[in-house]
Write a protein that binds this ligand. Structure first.
Ligand code: SAH
Length: 461
C-alpha cells in the first residue's frame, strides 16, 4: 500500500521539515502489523514527493489466534485502511499534530498538495468518496479498478486509485486522510472503544463539525456503535467551531439586539456600499455573506454587475437565496448573482476575478491561528483590487447597555479587537501583500472608546 504526498510549494523541499523526515534518507519503522517505509522518490526545489509505503504482514496480524482462511487471505496488505491511519499517526505524528520546531509557522501555511493513494477501498463508491473530500475543497480524481482485468464480465471492484488535490496546511490533509480512509473502507482493524470518540474529535477539529456528511463519517468511524456515535455527535455540536448553521441562527439575533439602538447594521452596509462605489468596484464577492444583507443591497443597485456571496454555512446560503427571491427582480437580473458554499481559509479559484471583496463582520468568527490562511486566500490568491473588512471595536462594548461586562457581542466571536489591534493587523497585512490601507469609523463615535465598528479599506498598489 502506497501513499504519496507531493508539493510544488516553493521551496518544495520544505516538505522534509514538515514531515520531520530528511529527504535524503530512506527510513523504516516497525509497527505492530508490519513495516512502514518513508522515502522521497523526487526532491527538487520546484517539486517534492514523500512516500509512505506500508508493508502489512498478514501472518503477524493473526499470530497467536485461531484463524480462518479469510483472516490470512484478504485485501488488507494491499489497500489503504485503518492500518494506514495508524502508520500516519506513528510515522508522521509531528506533521499530523501541526508542529514544526525549526519552522513554527510552516504547518499552518496552506501549500499546494497532491495526495495519491494507490488503492483505496471505497464502500459507497465514487459518489461517497466525492461527498467526503469535495466539501473540504479537494479536487478528486478517481480511477476504478475492475475485479480482474482478464475477466471483464466479473465487473468492477470497489477499489480505486485516488488523487486528491488542494492547497491547505499539511496537518489538515493528514487529519482528513487519518479520519476518512477508514470511513471509506468502512472497517477498523482494532477494537473501537470510548477513546475512539476522543480521537475522532481531535483529528476532526475545525472541519468535521461543519462537514455535510458528519453523521455518516461519525457513524462509520465508530463502527456504527450507537452510543459512541451519539456521544461524538453531541460533542461535535458543542465543538469550538460550532455548526455554522445553528450558530448563526441562534446568535445573529443576539448581536443585532446588542447593537440595535443605533441601527449599526444599516450604517455599516451604507459605508461598505459607498466604499465600493468610490473605488469603481462593479464585480464584488462578499466573503462570509451570511444571510445576504449586503447582497440584497448590491442586487438592487444596477451599478453592480457581478455579485457573488460565499459562506461556509449552507443553511445561511439557503436563507439568503429565499430572501433575495423575495426581491422579485426581473429574470435577466439574476444572472448577476451567484451563491457559493466555501471556506475562507482555503484557497479557492472561485474567489478570483473580482474588483472587490467584502468581509463584513466575519474575521472575528475565525480562529486566530487560521487568520494567516485567510490573509493568503484573500490577499495573495484572490487578489481583488479593493478589500473592505469590518469588525467590532471591543473598546466600544462598555457603551452597550445590554451587554454584560467583558462579554463579546456574539457567542461565536473568537475575538474582538481594540482599534490598535485591528490597525496593527491590517497594516501588517497591507505591507506583506502590497496593499495600501485606510481606516474608517462606523457608527456614532465616542471620544473615549471610538466607534462601535471599525473598517479597513485596502487597495492593491
Ligand atoms: N457578512 C454577513 C454575515 C456576518 S456573520 C453580515 O454582515 O450580515 C459571519 C458569517 O461568516 C457567518 O455567516 C458564517 O457562517 C461565516 N463564516 C464564518 N467562518 C467562515 C469561514 N471560515 N468561511 C466562510 N464563511 C465563514
Amino acid at each position: 500500500m502506497l501513499l504519496t504526498i507531493t508539493t510544488t510549494y516553493h521551496p518544495a523541499t520544505d516538505l522534509g521539515y514538515l514531515l520531520h523526515k530528511h529527504p535524503d534518507r530512506c527510513q523504516s519503522f516497525s509497527l505492530s502489523f508490519g513495516q512502514a517505509h518513508v522515502f522521497y522518490p523526487e526532491v527538487s526545489v520546484g517539486r517534492c514527493t514523500a512516500a509512505l509505503l506500508l508493508d502489512v504482514d498478514p501472518i503477524k496480524l493473526v499470530r497467536g489466534r485461531s484463524v480462518t482462511l479469510e483472516q490470512y487471505v484478504n485485501d488488507r496488505p494491499y489497500v489503504a485502511s485503518s492500518f494506514l491511519s495508524v502508520a500516519i499517526a506513528q510515522v508522521w505524528s509531528t506533521a499530523l499534530t501541526g508542529r514544526c520546531k525549526e519552522r513554527p509557522e510552516l504547518p499552518q501555511t496552506p501549500i499546494p498538495l497532491l495526495a495519491k493513494l494507490s488503492v483505496l477501498p471505497c464502500r459507497g463508491g465514487e459518489e461517497f468518496l466525492r461527498q467526503l473530500f469535495e466539501p473540504l475543497g479537494y479536487t478528486v480524481t478517481a480511477q476504478r479498478h475492475s475485479l480482474d482485468e482478464e475477466f471483464p464480465d466479473w465487473g468492477q471492484s470497489q477499489y480505486y486509485t485516488v488523487e486528491l488535490h488542494h492547497t491547505l496546511p499539511l496537518t489538515d490533509l493528514l487529519s482528513h486522510l487519518y479520519v476518512l480512509i477508514p470511513v471509506l473502507d468502512d472497517d477498523k482493524h482494532y477494537w473501537v472503544g470510548d477513546d475512539e470518540v476522543e480521537k475522532l474529535l481531535r483529528h476532526g477539529e475545525g472541519w468535521l463539525s461543519n462537514h455535510p456528511a458528519r453523521e455518516q463519517i461519525t457513524n462509520r468511524y465508530l463502527k456504527r456503535q450507537r452510543h459512541l456515535t451519539r456521544a461524538a455527535l453531541a460533542q461535535l455540536a458543542e465543538e469550538d467551531e460550532p455548526d455554522p448553521d445553528s450558530a448563526e441562527e441562534s446568535h445573529a439575533l443576539e448581536e443585532a439586539a446588542v447593537e440595535k439602538p443605533i441601527s449599526l447594521n444599516q450604517q455599516r452596509l451604507n459605508a461598505v456600499v459607498t466604499a465600493l462605489k468610490t473605488n469603481g468596484a462593479k464585480r464584488v464577492i462578499d466573503l462570509g455573506c451570511g444571510q445576504g444583507n449586503l447582497l440584497k443591497i448590491l442586487l438592487g443597485d444596477s451599478f453592480f454587475e457581478q455579485i457573488t456571496g460565499v459562506d461556509v454555512s449552507y443553511r445561511s446560503l439557503e436563507v439568503a437565496q429565499q430572501r433575495l427571491d423575495r426581491l422579485h427582480l426581473p429574470r435577466n437580473q439574476w444572472n448577476r448573482l451567484q451563491l457559493i458554499q466555501g471556506a475562507l481559509t482555503y484557497q479557492d479559484k472561485r474567489f478570483t476575478g473580482y474588483d472587490a471583496a467584502t468581509v463584513i463582520e466575519v474575521i472575528e468568527h475565525l480562529d486566530p491561528p487560521r487568520l494567516t490562511a485567510f490573509e493568503r486566500v484573500v490577499f495573495e490568491f484572490a487578489q481583488p483590487k479593493t478589500v473592505v473588512i469590518t469588525t467590532p471595536n471591543i473598546e466600544y462594548n462598555v457603551r452597550f447597555e445590554n451587554l454584560p461586562a467583558l462579554k463579546l457581542r456574539h457567542k461565536d466571536h473568537r475575538f474582538e479587537w481594540t482599534r490598535t489591534e485591528f490597525q496593527n493587523w491590517a497594516n501588517s497585512v497591507a505591507e506583506r501583500f502590497s496593499y495600501t490601507v485606510q481606516f474608517q469609523t462606523i457608527g456614532q463615535e465616542d471620544p473615549e472608546v471610538g466607534s462601535p465598528t471599525q473598517m479597513a479599506l485596502f487597495r492593491n498598489c
